[in-house]
Design a protein around this ligand. Sequence first.
Ligand code: UDX
Ligand code: ADP
Length: 451
Amino acid sequence: MRKSSQKIVCIGAGYVGGPTMAVIADRCPDLQVTVLDVNLERIKAWNSDALPVLEPGLDQVVARARRRNLRFIPQAEGASYLAEADLIFISVQTPTKTTGRGAGKASDLKYVEAAARLIAQYAQGNVVVVEKSTMPVRAADRIKEILKQSKSRAKFDVLSNPEFLAEGTAIQDLEHPDRVLIGGENARAIDKLVQVYRRWVSKEKIITTSLWSAELAKLAANAFLAQRVSSINAMSALCEKTEADVEEVAQVIGLDSRIGPKFLKASVGFGGSCFKKDLLSLVYLCEHHGLPEVAAYWEQVYHLNEWQKQRFMQAVARHARRGTVAVLGLAFKKNTNDFRESAALDVCRGLLQSGFKVQVYDPAVDFERFADFLGRPVRLVHASTVPEALVGAKAVAVLTEWDEFKQLPWAKWRRLLARTAVIFDGRSILNQQALAKVGLEVRTLGRTRPL
Ligand code: UDX
Ligand code: ADP
């Protein structure tokens, strides 16, 4: 089949595939970009004004590109698009395996494998297959094997081009990346993808490596970031015992130019779809390759995070004593509607299991989905405003750093809370002195007496 202007197809229209393809289409008006997904509801949402992913700036990018060279199509209708594609991105989920070898740690490649089979079935000519999802190192072997074993007459090259965007800042990260990483074996295939990014990313920022370095570098980068959060969270517990202030400690550490100031914010634990999954995947890989000490090192980063969430939840429970708890923030960070692995899931689950009534408010997370995820417990109550969540609460847990939580009219709302109510600030965003003036005690992770 003859190919005219370059055509890109992306399999998976999730938090990574959707925004990434929108920015590629926006920056490369001459390329045709088609995003496929098996989830019809998601495709419908991408084609509407209510996008399935909340990201500052995303609406405008999608609106511009959708009119021109970006389309979202159900996967079942995708055969002809795959047949014409020059570059096919795989951007499907790689969750932790729940059964079989490596269950609980290894990444499940079944969605990646299904995508590879789909490509093998429909792709034609010379096709570059790009791993966009975070994969365990050597996952490309599995994709290559599936493509090779198929009856396809197409010629495939596989590249690893992991995405480093963070949710909540995805558009900024995609438009001005620190680096773009492309790993591969064939220089021509690598160059084909380099030319796409070169439309808006400078040459020095495009790093090309071997396939295996690219796959491992992404896992390693996430593990290093998670490690920084666990390191400062470990310090937060010691600060509470010693009357040191974790914000002051972090400031001092971060002023060392070898360390730098970012990712040193103590919190009620990191969440999101990547850190936990990628740490566990790394742990499994180390165990698999006979490196138990290395595995144990990285596993502790994960354990510390689980412990931080639990100790925060228990502190709230100790204070609230079977009463009502208000939870402010369900998203795993601000400016996203994503609650995957969020601290709110663990904190709410723990409190509900201990018999508390939990009134939750979040400006962006879909409550019904959150409640479904927890099995629809009857004591989990949706509040559509902050004051609604506060009514009768003996404890307030601030779990997401949404800007709107930073300046709440506590003087006005104080009377809604139980007389002995205490606020547990898991994000260090509240002004303790100001709240003390209206008679409210705030306990902040790493900044006040032991939680
Ligand atoms: C992360 C990586 O940053 C990104 O490069 C990769 O592509 C995907 O995984 P993401 O999970 O979207 O991105 O968000 P990130 O900003 O990394 O935050 C992860 C979690 O760590 C959040 O829950 C956040 O609140 C928490 N965090 C982050 C802290 O608790 N303290 C910090 O200092 C930084
Ligand atoms: P991420 O955060 O990595 O983007 P998501 O779960 O948000 O992960 O998105 C992955 C998307 O991939 C989902 O919308 C899912 O329906 C889609 N998907 C998974 N397997 C396939 C497949 N074989 N074909 C098309 N879409 C797929």
